[in-house]
Design a protein around this ligand. Structure first.
Ligand SMILES: [Zn+2]
Ligand SMILES: [Zn+2]
Ligand SMILES: [Zn+2]
Ligand SMILES: [Zn+2]
Ligand SMILES: [Zn+2]
Ligand SMILES: [Zn+2]
Ligand SMILES: [Zn+2]
Length: 1751
């Protein structure tokens, strides 16, 4: 770093050098010269190296300043011809502001698209434009930008409606057609052109300059030194860690510097890591290269001369300057475009071309700068955008090839600009016609996939990693193609037709490479060894799906195009199948008197492929011929006669048979890759251009064939022909072989085959096949989804295919078919099917999986039964076929089908011997039903059809085959009574009834009206009904049994959740009974209920008796001081929930003195419990077992658990609640009511004397051996005070042990120290936890508006009670002297004690903590007293004393009344107001000047009353649990009477100030003493940090109603550590509102020896280890606890459908749901975050593996 020293001096020296420089003069000189280029270059050559890159540490401000003065200054002078500020201002005035917004998006900024009006989903608005647009009232979508791209506001082609926001609305005097140059003088234009061309040329030259040590001609520096940079370049191969590690080694820097280098390299694409002479830099380079070349190619490093780097720096600067200067003037912008696109005199590339073509060679930073310039110049000028688009298209192939090899992501590539041009419909159209863009894109794509098999098909199988990378890259071309096609032309020119068809042909070439790719052959014998690659092919298919659909839509748009495309597609298909029959033997099939020729081909033996895009495209076009009626209007133009139906259906049929065979289990040995392929074939993402089209193709083929022939070929391909062709096929079971597997297989195949026939005849919901619109298609799709169960909006969206605009069309339909049900505080909104839509339900809906089908069937039958209807599910009435497909209905009544149906029915006569299946029969019945429905439809329609389609007649005829077989109808009549067909009876009955109906209709056909088609009639026999009912009951019983079994196993696993409620219920009942009995017990000394003091309520012996059951051994146990210890599972945690000061610095845990809690409650220790009780020994045994198990587990597999055993954590054995210790249960202490007790003054005196005696005794022991004069000072202990008394510890051994266990745990967790049961702070932490927990629960009750008593859940009640009683006993586990010491110091803060130093002032003490600690430590003193003074009296005196201190505290911190309003209250409070004024004035007197004047007694009294209330409520809870006194009924309700009831319960006068006036003698000096503490005045004067009372409850921060406001806020948030960079994962702390840069290297810090992310680090200061965050980009709440625990939680933002959008994937507008936010807040306030995380992690083990600490 030697150079650094001189660094600061250099620029200064130069400054003086440059002092005489004049920009004006230089510009003037330039005006004179002939060769301006040479002159400017000389100028740059001279100055640039003097300004830039003079040392290792750059000084950007200085550089900028100098560059402005020396470089840009003269350029601007020259350009303007006058003072630049004046000239530029003039330009700005004549500027026509662009109507395009053009705002360039930052990473993470919200973007909006209108689903109603956007031309395509890439059209977006910035937030400002959106808010000023009409679209905010439309259906909009919100996303976060990935950076790049700009706002399309003002682009009329981007929006169908409302293209302008208010701001960009064009002026009425629209002069945008005018040439912007018209306003400029000729000279000005020339000068601008000169400057722009020189500077742009210079910049292009420098940025594309590749030599490291030389400069272009004319730029050589006057002097050059041996100064070099070692420049490190970014690549996407090496990880952050690798780079950081290497840099530390190579250039000897600290880790921090290395991180900073790496961050800059990643951001800017390059960074100099060393500066010095050539040798010095070369050395670093070789180390870096050596270190990174082992596995991959090395990091790119260059040693560059400083002047080269300097010129490159200025080149970037210059481009920025150009960008700035054209902003103010559309004229200058146009000149820049002109200069940029101008070709050289000999047709050389323009500067813009040069930049584009060098794109992949430049570093990231340079690319970003020039891309930005393109966006603000070329793309903002309508005229030049077009010219640029042409150049872009011309270079397209080259740019894409460069990009494929480039190792930067697409967002940094010039190719990414395609979206800006291709999505503009007029440009896209122009590029197609003039530059043949469509063909170019497709051919470039095909060219990049060179790896083919011998038939020329793509072969992804043997892709290397590099080829796979390339394959990923070229996929972006498909994206470009999509942009080009996304808006369909409304008018066609001949040229467009020609070029589109040319593109279409190229596209067919692409599809031909896919037709038949990845073929599979059934594996027999052995399982395949390696799963074949299948994903690449499907990726391609998925990417192309929209393109294929769009191609069809373009074709549908123009008759000529459709006809030509159809021809081309057909010939492509014919070409593919030219070898269709080659080598395959022809065979003849015959059945039922029909015969057909086909080939011998078995799917199960030969190659078969699932990829048939050419066939499918033809199927789509065929349907379009029908839809557009082109087929009927121009049959002569179509090659219909050339169609060979068997050829058309062959491959789609094979594919469908493959699926059937996979279902039948015949392809098991082919592994998962095939299963996956079949899955995607049917999946919503692919099916539109796969499965659906195969079906259409079968329909198309079948419609042109004799149905008997079609079916025979189908049977043959299904390899079922032999079963149905034989004459006695109806006796299958008698004859077929006995191999059960084969029979089973064939059964499944028959089922699948029948299903296929059902679909071929029944699926008519594709426009062109049936007479439907797309509306009907979507409607049916949604109905069938909702037939399965009610669904959320997003579930439905997922189940529906989206078009290229990401629209499903669902909104149009949904309200017609469904009812919306809003969500509660959890869950989501659901759509439920309208009952009237259920009649459209088709059990054999083609998009159901088998699982969907059975779920839907069950659901639909259930609904029917509930409505008291017949549960039969007959086929719905289908729409009519379009004429082209009309002949398909004949399949239903053809001989072959009837033969098949008859055979199956015949088989079904016998109870199944495995030769038929229920599903098979069900399908047969469904087909019969379809036939009848069809016939009914024909009957009600035209009479002609009614005659030609006579299904009833066909099924009534007996079979023809040799024997006289019964007719189908006869078979059905027999089957109706077969006992083994109970399940199908309702359907058979329906069929027979319908047949009867049709017959009657036909009989009276001529005259009568059509019959009722419903098929329902009332004549149902009682017997049938009974049977159905019995069956239903049996089914119900079965379901119930299953449910119970499921529940039982659930219970075994979880035991709890089912039981917890029961368990708690019984406790609640128990509680209720005991408390009522207590209230009626006469054992109180007084009639009123008092919880503290000598007059307090006392429990009788029977009240005190408490019996509990151990959850582990189930034994009952009475709680006794000398009995076995019972414990409560508990969780102790640090808390800042009530903190009023999150900025308090952390203390040193080893030295910290927690005796006095500060009133800011900056952090405390909270104890919670699930309320489950165990024997201490049962718990210990359980915990040891957990420990052992954990050790074994850790050895075996290094997985985390949701709990940390080493830290004492375990899960409650009953409810799996996270716990880390146990609280021992203790009985109420026995006390007696003694009569004579000292008053307050006496008591204080006695206690002071006792303390003195203790002081003396301690000194004596300390001074033992040493003769100290002071020790002689005599001190008489008061009567009955036995200093040497050692009280007997009443507790049993196990209780003692548990007292220590819990005390130590509280100490360990609360202070974050190692456990040490001897530490003096153990009891303090216990008292503190007791006080803090009570306080937090008191707050919670207020916030929830619940009464103080009676509303707490059992678990909290039990927890507080055991915690308080433990508190009163925990002193026995510590050394007495230590506890004495604590008591003495505590009391000294209120009652002066000359022997205690450094007592805090009363403004620095939380009085409730004070009260609890005093009361709980007092027994240690009291046990030495034998004078008969009661502990109860002492408690009361302590309460009074602390209460007075608190009143003083409140008065001192009260806020002056703002508006003087004399609030006259009734006489009732007069007295209180006077007394409070009096006290306040006393305080003012003591403090002389420190207190403001207050005259309103009402105000002061109000302050006291509201200020002290939380304290009184907490005190009431405390004494309630300590002494067991039941609470008065007034405190079981919210509202009036609380104050009096509290005062009474706490034995306080209803005007607590009386405490003061009654004891003036004692209290007045104390008061004076408190006020004279120097801390008081100090605190009052620095009123900022003053805590006032009542302390308000903390809230989570306010969130905006509209989520996009948060996104916007987060998008402007920059990482605080890496200088202005956008944060990738901005995360909001919901506790304090801090925005953090989460999940990122830049903001990792070290915390207790671990690297942690910003969130984890933040939790330690903000939430004592617990944090609640909102991940803004993800719309996800994050809970963190400690370093290892965390979970995600549903955000409080919902869309209009009542759903959250975690990950912001759907982009529906989100709004704050207050209820849900309150629920999160409640979790936080009741300290349940950690518990929630525990439950989440137990439920979802993957959460355990996440590295929460790095978030
Ligand atoms: Zn905008
Ligand atoms: Zn706008
Ligand atoms: Zn709109
Ligand atoms: Zn037990
Ligand atoms: Zn539990
Ligand atoms: Zn925070
Ligand atoms: Zn950061």
């Amino acid at each position: 770093m030697a150079a650094a020293e001189t660094d600061s001096e250099v620029p200064c020296a130069r400054c003086s050098d440059f002092l005489h420089f004049s920009a004006k003069d230089t510009a003037a000189k330039w005006l004179e010269v002939d060769n301006l280029l040479k002159e400017v270059y000389q100028h740059l050559a001279c100055f640039v190296p003097k300004i830039y890159c003079l040392g290792p540490n750059l000084n950007p401000q200085n550089e900028d300043l100098l560059a402005q003065l020396l470089l840009q200054g003269p350029l601007e002078w020259y350009l303007c011809g006058e003072e630049p500020t004046v000239g530029l201002a003039k330009l700005e005035q004549s500027n026509q502001p662009s109507q395009l917004c053009g705002h360039v998006f930052k990473v993470g900024e919200p973007t909006y698209s209108c689903r109603d009006c956007a031309a395509d989903p890439t059209c977006v608005l910035c937030m400002q434009c959106f808010l000023g647009s009409v679209h905010k009232e439309h259906r909009y979508r919100m996303t976060t930008s990935g950076g790049g791209g700009f706002c399309d506001c003002g682009d009329t082609e981007a929006w169908k409606k409302g293209p302008y926001c208010q701001k960009h609305e064009p002026n009425i005097s629209d002069s945008s057609q005018k040439d912007p140059l018209a306003n400029l003088s000729e000279q000005m234009i020339t000068r601008t052109r000169n400057v722009f061309s020189i500077i742009l040329k210079y910049a292009v030259h420098m940025l594309t300059w590749e030599k490291e040590d030389e400069l272009p001609e004319g730029l050589e520096p006057p002097a050059r030194g041996d100064t070099y940079y070692c420049m490190l370049f970014n690549d996407e191969v090496h990880t952050y860690e690798q780079v950081i590690y290497t840099l530390q080694k190579a250039v000897n820097c600290t880790q921090k510097e290395a991180v900073s280098f790496a961050t800059t390299v990643d951001r800017d694409g390059r960074k100099s890591v060393r500066f010095g002479d050539f040798q010095f830099c070369e050395q670093a380079k070789s180390v870096i290269v050596r270190n990174t070349s082992r596995q991959t190619k090395p990091l790119r490093v260059q040693v560059m001369h400083s002047s080269v780097v300097a010129h490159q720096c200025f080149a970037l600067k210059a481009l920025n300057w150009l960008g700035q200067i054209i902003k103010s003037s559309d004229a200058l912008r146009r000149i820049l475009c002109l200069v940029g696109l101008q070709q050289g005199p000999n047709g050389e590339n323009s500067l813009v071309d040069t930049l584009m073509l060098c794109d992949s060679k430049m570093w990231k930073g340079a690319r970003n700068v020039y891309h930005q310039l393109f966006m603000s110049s070329l793309l903002m000028d309508p005229k030049y955008k077009k010219l640029f688009a042409i150049q872009f298209a011309k270079n397209y192939e080259r740019l894409q090839s460069d990009y494929v090899k480039d190792d930067h992501d697409r967002e940094f590539s010039i190719t990414d600009l395609s979206v800006q041009m291709f999505t503009v419909p007029s440009l896209a159209r122009m590029l197609i016609t003039e530059e043949n863009l469509m063909t170019t894109i497709i051919q470039t794509f095909v060219d990049h996939l060179r790896h083919r098999d011998i038939q020329g098909r793509f072969q992804f199988e043997r892709y290397t990693a590099q080829q796979a990378f390339k394959f990923r890259r070229v996929q972006s071309l498909i994206g470009d193609l999509k942009y080009v096609l996304i808006s369909r032309p409304t008018e066609w020119s001949d040229q467009l037709r020609e070029k589109f068809l040319e593109g279409f042909e190229a596209f067919l070439e692409l599809l031909k490479c896919m037709q038949g790719m990845d073929p599979v052959v059934r594996q027999v014998g052995q399982h395949i060894e390696m799963e074949p690659e299948w994903e690449a092919a499907f990726t391609l298919q998925m990417k192309l799906t929209h393109i294929i659909s769009m191609m069809q839509e373009w074709c549908a748009n123009d008759e000529k195009v459709l006809i030509e495309a159809y021809k081309k597609c057909l010939s492509a298909l014919t070409h593919c199948h030219s070898g269709f029959t080659d080598g395959e033997q022809p065979i003849t099939l015959s059945m039922c008197g029909h015969s057909v020729d086909t080939i011998r081909y078995c799917v199960s033996q030969e190659k078969v492929s699932i990829h048939l895009p050419v066939s499918r495209l033809l199927a789509g076009l065929h349907a379009l011929l029908s839809k557009t009626e082109v087929a009927y209007r121009f049959p002569e133009l179509l090659p219909l006669s050339e169609l060979s139906p068997p050829m058309l259906i062959e491959h789609p049929l094979r594919c469908l048979v493959l699926c059937a065979q996979v279902h039948a289990g015949m392809w098991r040995r082919n592994g998962f890759s095939l299963v996956n392929q079949i899955y995607y074939y049917h999946n919503v993402k692919c099916r539109v251009e796969m499965f659906d089209k195969d079906l259409v193709m079968l329909q198309a083929g079948a419609s042109m064939m004799d149905p008997n022939h079609f079916l025979m070929i189908v049977l043959s391909r299904f390899e079922l022909y032999h079963i149905f062709s034989s004459a006695d096929c109806r006796k299958r079971y008698g004859r077929e072989n006995i191999n059960k597997d084969v029979v089973q297989q064939n059964n499944t195949l028959i089922e699948e085959m029948l299903h296929l026939v059902i679909m071929v005849v029944g699926e008519r919901y594709i426009a062109g096949v049936g007479q439907v619109e797309s509306y009907d298609e979507i409607k049916r799709e949604i109905i069938h989804q909702l037939c399965i169960r009610p669904m959320a909006h997003s579930e439905l969206v997922k189940a529906l295919p989206e078009n290229e605009n990401k629209e499903t069309g669902m909104e149009r339909v949904i309200d017609h078919v469904a009812l919306f049900k809003k969500p509660g505080v959890t869950g989501r909104g659901l759509y439920k099917l309208r009952p009237e839509c259920a009649k459209m339900f088709n059990l054999y809906f083609n998009h159901y999986s088998r699982a969907d089908q059975s779920k839907a069937e069950e659901a639909q039958r259930k609904i029917k039964r509930q409505n008291g209807e017949d549960s039969v599910l007959p086929p719905p009435v289908p729409p009519h076929f379009c004429p082209l497909f009309g002949s398909l209905v004949n399949i239903l009544q053809c001989d072959v089908l009837l033969g098949i149906l008859g055979a199956v029915l015949q088989w079904a006569m016998e109870p199944s011997g495995g030769h038929w299946s229920e599903s098979m029969l069900q399908r047969v019945l469904h087909l019969l039903g379809m036939g009848l429905v069809e016939e009914q439809q024909h009957l009600t329609g035209s009479t002609e059809d009614g005659i030609s389609f006579n299904f009833t007649l066909k099924i009534s005829r007996p079979g023809e085959a040799p024997g006289n077989t019964p007719s189908i109808l006869a078979l059905l009549e027999t089957l109706q009574n077969a006992p083994h067909l109970e399940v199908h009876k309702d359907m058979i009955r329906w069929i027979l009834k319908t047949v009867a109906n049709i017959k009657t209709t036909r009989e009276c056909t001529a005259s009568a009206s059509p019959a009722d088609s419903s098929g329902h009639s009332q004549e149902e026999t009682v017997r049938d009904k009974d049977k159905a009912e019995r069956k239903r009951k049996a089914e119900m019983a079965r379901l119930r049994r299953e449910k119970i079994m499921a529940q039982m196993s659930e219970m075994q696993r979880h035991f709890i959740n089912e039981n917890k409620d029961l368990f708690q219920q019984s406790l609640e009942e128990l509680d209720a009974t005991t408390s009522t009995s207590l209230e009626h017990s006469p054992s109180t000394c007084d009639s009123t209920l008092v919880c503290v003091g000598p007059r307090r309520w006392r429990a009788s012996a029977s009240d005190r008796r408490q019996v509990v059951t151990c959850i582990l051994c189930q034994e009952e146990q009475e709680i006794r001081v000398d009995g076995k210890a019972m414990v409560l599972a508990a969780f102790v945690q640090r808390s800042t929930v009530m903190s009023k000061n999150r900025k308090r610095p952390t203390y040193n845990p080893d030295k910290y003195d927690p005796l006095f809690m500060h009133p800011d409650l900056s952090f405390g220790t909270h104890t919670g419990s699930c309320g489950h009780i165990m024997h201490s020994h049962c718990w210990q045994r359980y915990f040891e077992a957990v420990q052992a198990k954990e050790q074994r587990r850790q050895q075996r597999l290094r997985v985390h658990t949701s709990y940390d055993v080493e830290n004492g954590e375990f899960l409650c054995p009953l409810c799996e609640c996270l716990s880390n210790t146990v609280i021992p249960l203790l009985p109420l202490t026995k006390t007696t009511c003694s009569t004579e007790q000292p008053d307050q003054r006496q008591w204080v005196n006695i206690t002071s004397q006792q303390i003195k005696a203790l002081h003396a005794a301690r000194k004596k022991t300390n001074a033992e051996g040493v003769d100290d004069a002071d020790s002689a000072e005599d001190c008489h202990p008061p009567d009955g005070f036995r200093l040497d008394h050692t009280p007997k510890n009443p507790y049993s051994g196990t209780i003692k042990e548990m007292l220590t266990t819990f005390g130590t745990a509280t100490y360990k967790v609360g202070l974050k120290v190692h456990p040490n049961e001897q530490d003096a702070r153990v009891p303090i932490m216990c008292w503190g936890s007791c006080a803090y927990t009570i306080q937090s629960i008191e707050r919670l009750l207020v916030d929830e508006e619940k009464p103080l008593f009676g509303s707490l859940p059992c678990r909290q009640n039990d927890c507080l009670s055991s915690l308080t009683r433990f508190g009163s006993a925990c002193w026995t586990a510590s050394s007495q002297a230590v506890v004495h010491g604590h008591f003495i110091r505590l009391l000294a803060a209120l009652v002066p004690d000359s022997q205690v130093e450094n007592t805090p002032c009363i403004l620095d003490i939380d009085m409730f903590h004070m009260l609890v600690s005093l009361v709980l430590s007092y027994p240690a003193l009291h046990c030495l007293d034998s004078s008969g003074m009661s502990e109860d009296a002492a408690q009361l005196h302590l309460l009074h004393l602390v209460t007075i201190a608190h009143i003083v505290q409140i008065l001192l911190t009260s806020i002056p009344e703002e508006v003087r309003m004399e609030q006259e209250s009734g006489g009732a409070e007069r007295e209180e107001e006077e007394s409070v004024c009096l006290l306040y004035n006393t305080l003012r007197r003591h403090l002389s000047s420190g207190l403001h004047e207050v005259t309103s007694g009402w105000h002061l009294w109000h302050c006291v009353k509201t200020g002290i209330l939380p304290y009184l409520r907490a005190a009431a809870l405390f004494f309630h649990y300590l002494n067991g006194a039941p609470a008065p009924p007034e405190l079981h309700a919210v509202g009036v009477g609380e104050w009096e009831a509290l005062c009474g319960y706490l034995c306080l006068p209803s005007n607590p100030l009386q405490l003061y006036y009654n004891n003036l003698e004692l209290l007045e000096p104390l008061l004076q003493g408190w006020c004279s503490h120097p801390g008081v005045l100090q605190a009052l004067q620095s009123s900022t940090a003053l805590i006032r009372f009542p302390r308000e409850s903390n809230h989570l921060i306010e969130l905006p109603e509209d989520y996009s406001a948060l996104i916007n806020q987060a998008s402007s948030f920059t990482c605080p550590k890496s200088g202005g960079d956008k944060s990738r994962a901005p995360t909001l702390c919901l506790v304090c509102g801090a925005m953090l840069c989460s999940q990122s290297y830049c903001c990792q810090t070290e915390l207790e020896g671990d690297d942690v992310g910003a969130c984890t680090a933040h939790t330690f200061t903000c939430g004592a280890g617990v944090g609640i965050f909102l991940r803004v980009r993800e719309s996800q709440v994050l809970f963190l606890a400690g370093k290892t625990k965390g979970c995600f939680y549903a955000p409080p933002y919902l869309d209009d459908y009542g759903e959250t959008d975690q990950g912001l994937r759907r982009g529906n507008p989100l709004h704050l749901c207050q209820e849900r936010y309150r629920k999160i807040q409640k979790l936080w306030r009741q300290h349940s975050i950690t518990e929630e995380i525990g439950h989440a992690q137990e439920a979802n083990q993957t959460l355990v593996g996440i590295d929460w600490q790095h978030l």
